[in-house]
Design a protein around this ligand. Structure first.
Ligand code: SF4
Length: 330
């Protein structure tokens, strides 16, 4: 077992990935088309413990959404292992996954596109219950209960999704995910499409239901400020690799990886002195088709030295439960 998983073993994780890798084959254009591959996730090991929210953060294209889709078994991994509640689900077929689907739910970014516009809210939320064979009157009761939990009046259950605001539609998405009493929910950019004021309400709701139902959450977002609001621990990804993993408090009080330091410095702060210490990252994230040699972050890192350009750092535990991938952490 990889060190990142093994040394965190305080209790058995509910979800773990070990050395997870995902390559996507691609065709490069030109006079003669050539085949290449894009490594979206590279040798990632993580454990998510019962009752915790793990934040997974990084810029667009860093591989965080692919990690979620791999755990959901919507994508086949190229290498590595995925375990749920101790069981190896890495290569399970869809029929083999079906009994587990009840325990693993997802909340997507765009609530409108993930809700069927021709179904009444009662049917949207109740559909997974119907699939479990629940009777109609029981479904209505449970839907009313779920709407109360997410802060929607039960009498709205006969309306269609278009009659709701963006925040209300995301509440419907959360109610649907909760319907089958899951143990694990992946929130994939769940508040990114919402206005800032609505974001805060939905984040508070997610934090409440996490506590109320002792849920385990994987909260994926490009926005570290949002991730901070709900996460117990945070994993930072850059170009397919995890570069830092720490508790929320440790990460924000003493970030060790220069990329994490830059992300934290970019989180909006009312204090002008803190704002003035902002680290502006130069350049775009390099292409994952041809990542830079050595440390993948060296092309943008303000602390890069010669060694960083030639030798790839490995991820290592620098304090109990704290991991960083950098030759010169801190
Ligand atoms: Fe920066 Fe070097 Fe650390 Fe990479 S290894 S993050 S380039 S200091």
């Amino acid at each position: 077992m990889n060190a990142v998983v093994a040394t965190e073993a305080r209790t058995a994780p509910l979800v773990s990935v070990e050395r997870l890798t995902k390559d996507f084959p691609i065709r490069l254009g030109g006079l003669i088309a050539t085949r290449a591959s894009l490594r979206a996730v590279d040798d990632l090991s993580l454990a998510i413990y019962p009752g915790e929210t793990l934040g997974l953060v990084g810029e667009s294209g860093c591989g965080k959404t692919t990690v979620g889709r791999l755990i959901l078994r919507l994508l086949e991994p190229t290498a590595g292992r995925i375990r749920f509640d101790g069981e190896d689900i890495t290569h399970r077929s869809e029929p083999q996954m079906r009994p587990l689907r009840q325990h693993i739910q997802v909340i997507f970014q765009d609530p409108f596109s993930s809700l069927n516009p021709r179904m009444r809210v009662r049917d949207v939320i109740g559909e997974p219950l119907r699939n479990l064979g629940m009777r109609r009157n029981e479904i209505e009761q449970r839907v009313a209960e779920l709407m109360g939990i997410v802060g929607l009046p039960a009498e709205y259950m006969t309306r269609y999704p278009h009659a709701f605001s963006g925040g209300q539609r995301q509440r419907i998405g959360i109610a649907r995910a909760l319907a089958v009493r899951p143990r694990f929910i992946i929130c994939d950019e769940a508040v990114s499409a919402l206005d800032v004021s609505i974001q805060a309400q939905i984040l508070n709701l997610l934090a409440d239901i996490q506590r109320q139902f002792s849920l385990t959450l994987l909260f994926i977002s490009h926005n570290l400020g949002v991730v901070r609001h709900v996460s117990h621990r945070i994993a930072v990804m850059y170009l397919g690799q995890m570069v830092e993993l720490a508790t929320e408090q440790a990460l924000f009080t003493r970030p060790l990886h220069p990329y994490t330091q830059a992300l934290i410095s970019a989180v909006p702060e009312p204090d002008p002195e803190i704002q003035s210490r902002r680290i502006a990252l130069q350049g775009e994230i390099p292409s994952p088709i041809a990542p830079p040699p050595g440390c993948r972050f060296h092309t943008r890192c303000p602390k890069a030295e010669e060694r960083c350009r030639s030798t790839e750092p490995v991820i290592r535990e620098v304090e109990p439960g704290r991991f960083v991938r950098c030759h010169f952490p801190g």
